[in-house]
Design a protein around this ligand. Structure first.
Ligand SMILES: [Zn+2]
Length: 134
């Protein structure tokens, strides 16, 4: 038998020139052929598309997970920051304090105004006019 690698003439299962074992080489060739055929079948039947979709789905899921984690981290950090600000003493009038704008979500510095005097609601509500259309 002629060695498929080095073309040396060999009598047994092993090439005397390069040491190739023909039976093993044959097995490897057969396996490679089968794998190639399987890959070709997959390409022809189209599950490759499904594999791509699966991978894309996994990537999308990963992106979503990452975004969620980032959002969670930012929210936690923001929560901690705002809590640190509001904890402890209350701000004095005229002091600049950070304020979370609920519309923009940005923190800006605002001046603290003195608290408005409490409105007495009991007396100030006048009775409704009982004019019945004279
Ligand atoms: Zn050989």
């Amino acid at each position: 038998m002629k060695c498929p690698v080095c073309s040396a003439e060999a009598a047994g299962d092993e090439c005397p020139s390069c040491g190739l074992i023909f039976s093993k080489w044959k097995q490897r060739q057969e396996r490679a052929k089968l794998e190639a055929r399987a890959a070709l079948n997959i390409l022809e039947q189209g599950p490759a598309q499904a594999a791509v979709d699966l991978r894309r789905g996994r990537i999308i899921a990963g992106v979503f997970l990452a975004a969620w984690m980032i959002g969670l981290t930012l929210a936690a950090r923001h929560h901690m920051r705002t809590r640190r600000v509001s904890k402890g003493r209350s701000a004095q009038a005229g002091e600049m304090v950070p304020f979370l704008d609920p519309k923009t979500g940005a923190v800006r510095m605002v001046k603290v105004y003195p608290a408005a005097p409490e409105v007495q609601t009991e007396k100030t509500v006048p009775p409704p006019p009982s004019s019945s259309g004279d």
